[in-house]
Design a protein around this ligand. Structure first.
Ligand code: NAD
Length: 503
């Protein structure tokens, strides 16, 4: 008998969707086109948000406001102590509205509510970290250039920053960018994913309440083509901080090159978790399942390739199959849910296409592999595919669903070869009790992050970003504010000038 997931309609199904406007120059306003964009909760199939939908004309107004705020407004001119205080107040106000923001992210993205809450907690921590970091920003001085010269290198804000974010961690990712841009005294135009814009707009109202001057942060909701593209092309935008797919990242880089903008790109991943026989296998199995299915696998850091030593492959596979069957899939608003809904029906079909293709290519679908029958919404059971070869599309492409591909290896060299055999280079994990093995893998993988006997932890103190086609630049860490600055070299001369050029 097929089990049908029973999904309870959210309160929004009765109350009706929430209406949102654009944030431009310190006020919430309708879009110039008058168009409305609706978002359904993918877990419930109910419209939960109605947005004023921006287009190129709104981008123009938003960038003009951000530029004016940068050129003549108080934000870049105030003392850092005041700027930092506004960032700290923002963190407190986010904390006061944590539950509301978590619910918006759970409804619009389909992620479990308990997980959404911890993402907002992580975001609050980042805002506080950025507030502290703001006060450490400084330049350099050179007093060793001779008696008549003093060289000073100052850090100045880069200017107007375009911030473009994806749907999978709506509030967390804007919080990995915006507080650092603000700490550097920049102004910004933010374009959240058109599927998950609500929590970013709530952040906009929080920033105003915290005392951010008008025009410093503007938020435009709309599609990539109608809003993202003109934002990236705009001559008054000096920097683009983009998180999203490698495909759109490449388009964005090409477009930004026309006006030679500074770029920060956080893109896709195809991350390997390597398990050696001497590891704590119970911990590794739990992490493998977490890495594969956390956020329904819709995660740049998903450990979507499990690379396991052939000597333990059968028993390890049996262990993770048992754990996978215990993963609770269901209503994102249910406190016990571990895997919520898939972002859209189209995306579900794409993920299923990869699983079907793997079957055709000779891999075995051991668990899941089918859309779940449910009274509403789009759900997929956690899926394990074994017998995967490195040349299969399921081993190479970013599937971005709850699908764990299992590959085996005989020795360290082969494990490294498999892990590195991808255009991506975001992250990797290694599990072994042997420090030499851990060190060899950690040094040998070409990724921006390596987890050793753990998986997918994150701290604001630690930089994050990708090698290869997973990105350009780093976010977080002690240099996160510097990224939003330019260096200016000032040379002070005193006394009579020597070495005249003409006479
Ligand atoms: P996406 O690339 O489709 O969209 C990302 C953002 O770009 C959205 O706001 C979208 O509207 C906008 N966009 C689309 N077309 C555009 C265009 N032509 N010009 C400018 N902007 C445009 O990505 P997605 O589906 O929203 O998110 C999933 C992807 O994001 C995955 O590939 C995932 O790995 C990646 N991601 C990376 C990280 C990281 O830190 N490396 C974190 C989260 C997600």
């Amino acid at each position: 008998m097929t089990t049908v997931l029973s999904i309870t309609p959210p309160a929004e199904a009765v109350q009706g969707p929430t209406n949102y406007q654009l944030l431009i120059d310190g006020r919430f306003v309708p879009s110039q086109s008058g168009r409305i964009l609706e978002r359904k909760s993918p877990g419930h199939g109910v419209v939960v948000s109605r947005y004023a939908e921006a287009g190129p004309a709104d981008v123009e107004t938003a960038v003009t406001a951000a530029h004016r705020a940068f050129e003549t407004g108080p934000w870049p001119r105030m003392k850092v102590a005041e700027r930092s205080a506004i960032l700290l107040r923002t963190a407190d106000l986010i904390a006061a509205r944590q539950e509301e923001i978590a619910r918006l992210d759970a409804l619009e993205s389909g992620k479990p509510i308990a997980q959404a809450r911890s993402e907002i907690a992580g975001a609050i921590d980042i805002w506080r970290y950025a507030a502290a970091l703001a006060r450490t920003l400084h330049g350099e001085s050179y007093a060793n250039l001779g008696d008549s010269m003093l060289g000073v290198v100052v850090r100045e804000p880069v200017g107007v920053v375009a911030i473009i974010t994806p749907w999978n961690f709506p509030f967390l990712i804007v919080s990995q960018k915006l507080p650092f841009a603000l700490a550097a005294s920049c102004t910004a135009v933010v374009k959240p994913s058109e599927m998950t814009s609500a929590s970013t707009l709530v952040l906009g109202s929080i920033l105003l309440e915290a005392g951010l001057p008008a025009g410093v942060v503007n938020i435009v909701v709309g599609t990539g083509e109608a809003v993202g593209a003109p934002l990236v092309s705009h001559p008054l935008v000096e920097m683009v901080s983009f998180t999203g797919s490698t495909r759109v990242g490449k388009l964005t880089m090409a477009r930004a090159s026309e006006t030679l903008k500074k770029l920060s790109m956080e893109l896709g991943g195809k991350n390997g978790q390597i398990v050696f026989p001497d590891a704590d296998l119970a911990a590794a199995a739990d992490a493998a399942v977490f890495g594969g299915f956390f956020n329904a696998g819709e995660c740049c850091n998903a450990g979507s390739r499990l690379i396991v030593h052939e000597a333990i492959a059968d028993s390890f596979l049996a262990e993770i199959r048992g754990l996978t069957r215990k993963v609770t899939v269901g209503d994102p608003l249910d406190e016990n849910t571990k895997v919520g809904a898939i972002i859209s029906g189209d995306h579900l079909a794409k993920v299923m296409g990869y699983v079907e293709q793997a079957g055709t290519d000779g891999a075995d679908v051991l668990e899941g592999g089918a859309a779940l029958a449910s009274s509403a919404g789009d759900y997929l059971s956690p899926t394990i595919v074994s017998g995967v070869r490195p040349d299969m599309s399921i081993a190479r492409d970013e599937v971005f669903g709850p699908v764990l591909s299992v590959l085996t290896f005989k020795g360290e060299e082969e494990a490294l070869h498999i892990a590195n055999n991808t255009v991506y280079g975001l992250s990797a994990g290694v599990w072994s009790a042997n420090i030499d093995t851990c060190m060899s893998i950690a040094r040998g993988v070409r990724t921006g992050t390596v987890w050793v006997n753990t998986f997918m932890d994150g701290y604001p103190e630690l930089p994050f970003g990708g090698y290869k086609q997973s990105g350009v630049g780093r976010e977080l860490g002690k240099r996160a504010v510097e990224d939003y600055t330019e260096e200016k070299t000032i040379q002070f001369h005193r006394g009579p000038r020597t070495g005249w050029w003409v006479g």
